[in-house]
Write a protein that binds this ligand. Structure first.
Ligand SMILES: [Zn+2]
Ligand SMILES: [Zn+2]
Length: 263
C-alpha cells in the first residue's frame, strides 16, 4: 500500500489522500477537495484513480468529487446514510464492509459517528495498520460536533472503537491541527512533558512532510484519550465546580469537548 498525504495549503488546513496498489497502479482518493493537486499527484505516479471515498458529507471533504470523477470515471463511496447529502454516490458503506484497491490493498470500514452521524473511518489490513479518520480523530484532538454531530456519540466512537485499535496504528486525519491541538492539551494538562516536547518540534513543521502519529502517541498527547489523567480531571474540576470528585470517562470527554469549543 502506498500512501500519499496531500497538503492542500487551504484556510481549513485539509489533508487529502491517495492510496495506491503498487502492483496495478489503481488508486483511491480520500476526500480529494484539492482535485487539481490530487489529479496531478496521480498523474505523476501513473496511477488510475478508480474510487473516491468521502469520510463524511461536509463540503471541505466532498467539494472536489465532481472534478475527480469527471476526469477519471471513479466510483464514489461514502457512509450509506450520507446518500442524499453527498451527490452521486455509487456505493453506500456500513460497518465491516471491505474496500479493495487493486490487488494488494484492503480496508475495513468503521462506522464512526460523532463529528457527523454519517462518518466512516478506514482501517487498512496491512502489517502496520493505518487509520484514515477524517474529522473524527485529529492529531492531538477530536472533531467538533457543531454541524450535525453529537458529543455523546463521539465519546462512544473513541471509547469503543478508536481506543481499541493497535498502538502502532498510523493516524491519517482530514486536517492538520497538530500544533494548535497540542496547545489545548498543554492548557488542560500543563505537566504533559511529551506534548510539550512534541510541540517544540512540530510548531514550524512543513505540512508537506507532516509528522504521521500513531495511536500509541495519541494516547500520550491527545487530551481526548487522557480521560483518567489526574491533572486533566483536576483542571476540569476548576472549570466546572459541579463535577463529582471522580467523574466518569464519558463526562470528562464531553466537558473537554465543551471547553475546546470555546478555546
Ligand atoms: Zn467535517
Ligand atoms: Zn473537515
Amino acid at each position: 500500500m502506498i500512501v500519499e498525504q496531500i497538503w492542500t495549503g487551504n484556510a481549513y488546513r485539509n489533508f487529502n489522500y491517495l492510496i495506491a496498489c503498487p502492483e496495478t497502479g489503481e488508486a483511491m482518493a480520500i476526500d480529494p477537495l484539492d482535485h487539481e493537486k490530487c489529479l496531478a499527484v496521480a498523474k505523476k505516479h501513473g496511477w488510475q484513480i478508480t474510487q473516491v471515498l468521502n469520510t463524511h458529507e461536509h463540503f471541505d471533504h466532498i467539494g472536489g468529487n465532481e472534478q475527480v470523477i469527471a476526469a477519471t470515471g471513479a466510483k464514489l463511496l461514502a457512509h450509506a446514510n450520507a446518500d442524499g447529502a453527498i451527490p452521486g454516490m455509487d456505493r453506500g458503506l456500513k460497518a465491516g464492509d471491505l474496500i479493495k484497491v487493486g490487488n494488494t490493498v484492503e480496508f475495513e470500514v468503521l462506522d464512526t459517528p460523532g463529528h457527523t452521524m454519517s462518518h466512516v473511518c478506514l482501517l487498512s489490513h496491512t502489517e502496520i495498520p493505518a487509520l484514515f479518520c477524517g474529522d473524527t480523530l485529529f492529531n492531538a484532538g477530536a472533531g467538533n460536533c457543531h454541524h450535525g454531530g453529537h458529543p455523546e456519540e463521539l465519546y462512544c466512537t473513541f471509547a469503543e472503537q478508536l481506543s481499541q485499535l493497535a498502538d502502532n496504528t498510523q493516524i491519517y486525519p482530514g486536517h492538520d491541527y497538530l500544533a494548535n491541538n497540542l496547545e489545548f492539551t498543554l492548557d488542560r494538562e500543563p505537566d504533559n512533558a511529551r506534548a510539550g516536547q512534541l510541540l517544540g518540534s512540530v510548531r514550524d513543521q512543513d505540512p508537506n512532510a507532516a509528522l504521521v502519529s500513531t495511536l500509541g502517541l495519541e494516547k500520550e498527547i491527545n487530551t481526548f484519550f487522557r480521560l483518567q489523567s489526574p491533572t486533566v480531571i483536576a483542571r476540569l474540576q476548576d472549570a466546572f465546580p459541579d463535577l463529582p470528585e471522580h467523574p466518569d470517562a464519558r463526562t470528562v470527554f464531553i466537558k473537554l469537548r465543551e471547553l475546546r469549543n470555546n478555546w
